[in-house]
Design a protein around this ligand. Structure first.
Ligand SMILES: Cc1ncc(COP(=O)(O)O)c(C=O)c1O
Length: 369
């Protein structure tokens, strides 16, 4: 290696280190604690052996106990979008109703269409929540499934999931699909009350892990129905995934290192306690909202998310400036999403972030603004 090459190599590593030094208040992937990252560095095992089966079973048991469910827990080798597509493709023959109030719910509707399903929607304007009163026999009749995004990450709105679930179950026999990508492990969610047929999330949000795995909690009812759905595909077929899961396996090669970290992180979450975790998320989101109200304004009217705060950027400063100045202070937040890209930015407060860290971010943001 020449001196110049060596110099460039060290400079590249140094800039990586600076990148890693930023504390992430992002909408995901989010901050991952060093000890959790270190859990990924255990020796590799094959995904068909005894050790893998033990790891798989251990995670399923911990998830079941934390989520309070007896439903089947499936790992999908994909990001959360894979679980969204898997639900639609495996368990819907023809038609699905989407409840939409932002970019991620609209994207799920597009996924349904892209899989050849008839997709309709009941919508609320961006920044507002779905009104459960709009859900009744008439509006939901004829659909095999109703899909709702619990926490709309693009707008920072959390939908009233329990009321929505009640209305869906009393109006129809349709399956209930819940995207809990940015709500699971950030909120108290009573699955025995909501009775979702599909409840999905990924690793890189409030679980505070690197990206790379989707988790789908599915009901027997969904699996029974799926057996008769044609063209379920192969890679994300929930019926085949369940057959493998019964043996503590996954049909294709799972991200083993990430599963080590998941197993480790679920113990950390148990030690904190889900109620405490939900309270901490609520507190962080309250702090972010107070800051936004004082310095700028909030995008949603109400139904605020506990994991992402969407702030109207009326400062006149482009997001790229805010991002660069925050980076100088060791922080990163997220820009606006979809059609809100220019007009808002988002403060993610998911995972393991503390009140002290949030104080630090908000002081830095005040300086930057
Ligand atoms: C609410 C919601 N649904 C779905 C997704 C898609 O998840 P993934 O990027 O893991 O596929 C995201 C990602 O941010 C999200 O916030």
């Amino acid at each position: 290696m020449t001196n110049m090459a060596r110099y460039n190599y060290r400079a590249a590593i140094a800039s990586t280190v600076i990148l890693l030094d930023k504390l992430l208040f992002t909408a995901g992937p989010v901050e991952v604690r060093r000890e959790v990252l270190e859990a990924m560095s255990r020796p590799m095992i094959t995904h068909r052996g005894k050790e893998y089966k033990q790891l798989h079973a251990s995670i399923v048991e911990k998830l079941r106990s934390l989520l309070g469910t007896d439903n089947c827990i499936l790992f999908l080798v994909s990001s959360a979008t894979g679980a969204m597509e898997a639900g639609v493709r495996s368990a819907v023959q023809k038609s699905i109703m989407h409840l939409t109030c932002g970019a991620f719910a609209e994207r799920w509707e597009e996924i349904s269409r892209a899989n050849g399903k008839f997709a309709a929607s009941i919508t609320a304007p961006w920044g507002e929540a779905i009104d459960p009163l709009k859900l009744d026999r008439k509006s939901l009749s004829g659909y095999e499934a109703v899909a709702v995004t619990h926490n709309e990450t693009s707008t920072g709105v959390m939908n009233p999931l329990e009321q929505i679930a009640d209305k869906v179950h009393e109006s129809t026999d349709a399956l209930l699909f819940v995207d809990a990508v940015t709500s699971a492990f950030a909120n108290r969610i009573d699955l025995s009350r909501i009775e979702p047929d599909l409840f999905l999330f990924g690793t890189q949000k409030a679980l505070a892990l690197p990206p790379g795995l989707a988790i789908a909690v599915v009901s027997d009812r969904l699996l029974e129905k799926a057996k008769n759905v044609a063209d379920r595909g192969k890679y994300l077929d929930l019926v085949e995934t369940k057959e493998f899961a019964d043996r503590n396996l996954v049909p294709s090669t799972p991200p083993v290192s990430l599963l080590y970290a998941l197993d480790f992180q679920l113990d950390r979450i148990s030690r904190e306690g889900l109620d405490n975790r939900a309270d901490r998320h609520a507190r962080l989101s309250g702090m972010a909202r107070d800051w936004a109200r004082k310095h700028l304004a909030l995008f949603p009217k109400d139904n605020y998310s506990n994991s992402v705060t969407c702030v109207r950027n009326s400062s006149g400063k482009p997001y790229s400036d805010i991002d660069a100045r925050l980076a100088d202070r060791g922080y990163q937040i997220s820009e606006g999403y979809g059609k809100l890209k220019e007009s808002t930015f988002r403060i993610g407060h998911m995972g393991d972030l503390t009140v002290k860290e949030m104080d630090g971010l908000l002081s830095a943001l005040s300086e930057v603004m």
